[in-house]
Design a protein around this ligand. Structure first.
Ligand code: OGA
Ligand code: NI
Length: 347
């Protein structure tokens, strides 16, 4: 009989348990089927060099981004402008955080999705039936000065290192949102303006080694509810995206970040660009750390497809909604492959 978990966090338990506890075992038929995954050589998704984004060849880069957003919903970027030292610092401090004693980490614990700063486990333990093999720290990051004082103060360099990364990540998100607006034939500022005062959340995901990766997920298939996600991953594979009904491994590429379209850009683009299903699988050998930056509208921003993208061939795909309305629905639904967006179709 598999043991049950009494403690909230995963990380300290795995060393003692040779089996996945029942709380984390997926029902047969809802397991990763690890043998049935496309493991392409290379990234598995388009790889775009941003070096020429600010030069005479901008148009080519913008078009490559547009193609990737319309076909895969995912791409990787190199020469993205975030200094290597900042990226390394972020991953180092993330590892240090999750390697601190459990008593220290638990000071930040909460299972309330409404809290701006919290350490938690799985996805939403209040609503889900089976837990996921993930602990995560969630931080609101923008405006930085409104939140940084509430961030963990341990490890001692946490606030400085993570604050620097968050600021750099925001600058990259804004550059990408401009390029994405342009690729749709809109004003460069369109997407950012549509997001109101904007918000930025970060997750620091910690996936400990798992004794039976075939029984559970790091994160089951889901689409991101925000506008755009910038994912920093360490050198360990685990992310997979869906393409033509098959799962494709997104293998880490040194110095590259993974970018994906979230539900809000799908809505704002009137379905031209796709928020795509993705999932995380775990492995028995190594821990994995990933740091997604979720760039999002402010809660009161009213999201509606760009007027210029609505015509006879592309009828209005969504009714207007506030991001708050959408976000509440997302956390209540739990992670599932049915898109939350379908609940916001017109009439
Ligand atoms: C997420 C996510 C991917 C990863 O946190 O929404 O999809 O590789 N993470 O951790
Ligand atoms: Ni995601």
């Amino acid at each position: 009989m598999a043991p049950t978990i009494a403690k909230p966090l995963l990380s300290d338990l795995v060393a003692q348990i040779g089996q996945v506890p029942l709380s984390h075992v997926r029902p047969v038929g809802d397991r990763p089927d690890l043998a049935n995954v496309d493991n392409e050589s290379g990234a598995g998704i388009p790889l775009i060099d941003l070096k020429k984004l600010n030069g005479p060849q901008r148009r080519e880069v913008v078009e490559a981004i547009g193609r990737a957003c319309g076909s895969d919903g995912f791409f990787m970027v190199t020469n993205h402008g975030i200094p290597a030292g900042v990226v390394e610092g972020m991953l180092r401090v993330a590892r240090e955080f999750f390697h601190m004693p459990e008593s220290e980490r638990l000071k930040c614990y909460s299972d309330d999705p409404k809290k701006a700063i919290r350490l938690s486990t799985s996805f939403n333990v209040r609503t889900e039936k089976v837990s996921n093999w993930r602990d995560f720290l969630r931080l609101h990051c923008y405006p930085l000065e409104s939140f940084i004082e509430q961030w963990p103060s341990n490890p001692p360099s946490f606030r400085e290192v993570v604050g620097t990364y968050a600021t750099e990540a925001r600058a990259l998100a804004l550059r990408l949102l401009e390029a994405i607006s342009e690729s749709l034939g809109l004003e460069r500022s369109h997407m950012v303006a549509a997001m109101g005062r904007q918000a930025q959340h970060m997750a620091v995901n910690y996936y400990p080694p798992c004794p039976q990766p075939e029984l559970t997920y790091g994160l089951p298939g889901h689409k991101d509810p925000n506008a755009i996600t910038l994912l920093l991953q360490d050198g360990v594979s685990g992310l997979q995206v869906q393409r033509d009904g098959r799962w494709v491994a997104v293998n880490p590429v040194p110095n590259a970040l993974v970018i994906n379209i979230g539900d809000q850009l799908q809505a704002l683009s009137n379905d031209r660009y796709k928020s795509v299903l993705h999932r995380v699988i775990v492995n028995s050998e190594s821990e994995r750390i990933s740091v997604p930056t979720f760039y999002c509208p402010s809660p009161d921003a009213v999201i509606a497809p760009a007027g210029a993208l609505v015509d006879d061939a592309h009828p209005l795909a969504y009714r207007p909604f506030t991001y708050q309305e959408y976000y509440d629905e997302f956390w209540n639904m739990g992670l599932q492959s049915a898109s939350c967006l379908d609940r916001f179709r017109p009439g």
